[in-house]
Design a protein around this ligand. Structure first.
Ligand code: SAH
Length: 372
């Protein structure tokens, strides 16, 4: 049994079952044994792969997007460029390379990373130390200096702990993690229902609430509303709030039991973009989208970018660029290419923009999705 499993077992044995949100917080962020604290989970050798790790085009296009929006903001002399959960720093490296060609934009950039993992912060430092843009690290958004900002978050919100409520005969009861008769971790529920939840649903139905994500978003939106700027949120998830749960655990690119081996698997939930957008508007900002990642990247000209890269590529490189393009934009679960099968992220992944009121619609968000 892992050290974290021992710690959690002891907590549950003495205090009783703990909320799923607490369980996830321990599993992901326990200072000594949490999943993100102890490893670099990304890439083929890790547990999952993300868009910036698939292709340089992702970070480059976001760099161009940000430069355009900075101009729309009136080209402030200093822009706080903030990334939440920057992983291995790949997105930012591609962003900065694309930005270097763009007039006054690179000189305005003051880069801040919000990252809790010491392992990933070190990977970020190593990757970015020669990029000519000093980076400051933070554990929370709160300590990023004031001023107009552009905030990027790719696969950050899915990593925040969620709460579950189960519909029982007496109401919606919070889902807890306890110990079963054999002493294994098992789901149970609080016998006392949560009074504020009144939706009718069949017994056994589950309601998933990303309270930490919503709180984080409201604080972020309030900052943008006060000090100017925009945020770009990219993640897998759904455009509408609905019943059901999406908790998942991933290890070595395969799904595993979320209560097995806490701290050893990536625990996530799909992002409820409707709830996140409501949280942003509650913070006083306007929202655009969500649009699918496919719509967003096609709108920013990813096909043209891929063609430009292919012009200077070997046949093997060109096939890789094509495969990356299809993976990023296709909304088909499986696409057959000469190089083999790829799985499209373009439909499951969504993009939401949050901006100070008065700023224009950002590129990639079409014409009619504004929700003021
Ligand atoms: N954006 C990167 C990495 C995604 S993985 C990419 O697309 O490749 C999630 C990232 O969020 C990791 O860097 C992880 O360490 C970080 N993270 C998770 N929970 C966090 C929290 N509560 N605060 C700050 N960073 C967090």
């Amino acid at each position: 049994m892992s050290e974290l499993a021992r710690i959690l077992r002891e907590i549950i044995a003495t205090e009783g079952p703990i909320p799923l949100e607490t369980w996830m917080s321990y599993a992901l962020a326990h200072p000594a044994h949490g999943y993100y604290m102890t490893r670099d989970p990304l890439g083929a050798a890790g547990d999952f792969t993300t868009a910036p790790e698939i292709s340089q085009m992702f970070g480059e296009l976001i760099g161009l997007w940000a430069a355009q929006y900075w101009a729309a903001m009136g080209a402030p002399a200093t822009l706080r460029l903030v990334e939440l959960g920057p992983g291995r720093g790949v997105l930012m490296q591609d962003f900065l390379r694309a930005a270097r060609a763009l007039g006054g934009f690179p000189a305005a950039l003051d880069v801040h990373f919000v990252e809790t993992s010491p392992v990933l912060a070190e990977a970020q430092r190593a990757r970015l130390e020669h990029e000519g843009a000093p980076v400051t690290w933070h554990h929370e958004l709160d300590t990023v200096p004031e001023g107009p900002a552009i905030v990027i978050a790719n696969e950050f919100f899915d990593a925040l702990p969620v709460r579950h409520y189960v519909k029982a005969a007496n109401g919606w009861c919070e889902r807890l993690v306890g110990l079963d008769a054999r002493g294994d971790f098992a789901f149970t529920r609080n016998p006392v229902p949560e009074d504020s939840l009144r939706a009718t649903a069949p017994e056994g139905e589950i309601l998933e609430i990303a309270a930490i994500a919503q709180k984080t978003m409201t604080a972020l939106a309030a900052r943008l509303a006060r000090q100017g700027g925009a945020a770009l949120i990219v993640d897998y998830g759904h455009a509408e709030t609905c019943l059901g749960e999406t908790l998942q655990a991933m290890r070595r690119h395969a799904f595993v039991d979320p209560l097995r081996d806490p701290g050893e698997a990536d625990l996530t939930a799909h992002v409820d973009f409707a709830a996140l957008a409501r949280a942003a508007r509650a913070g006083g900002a306007q929202t655009f989208g969500p649009v699918t990642q496919g719509q967003f990247l096609l709108g920013l000209g990813i096909v043209e970018r891929a063609e430009a890269l292919m012009r200077n590529a070997t046949a093997k490189q060109a096939a890789d660029i094509e495969a990356a393009l299809v993976r990023l934009v296709s909304d088909d679960e499986e696409v057959e290419l000469a190089a083999g099968k790829v799985r499209g992220m373009g439909g499951l992944f969504k993009v939401l923009a949050v901006a100070q009121h008065g700023l224009p619609r950002p590129a990639g968000f079409g014409e009619d999705q504004a929700t003021p």
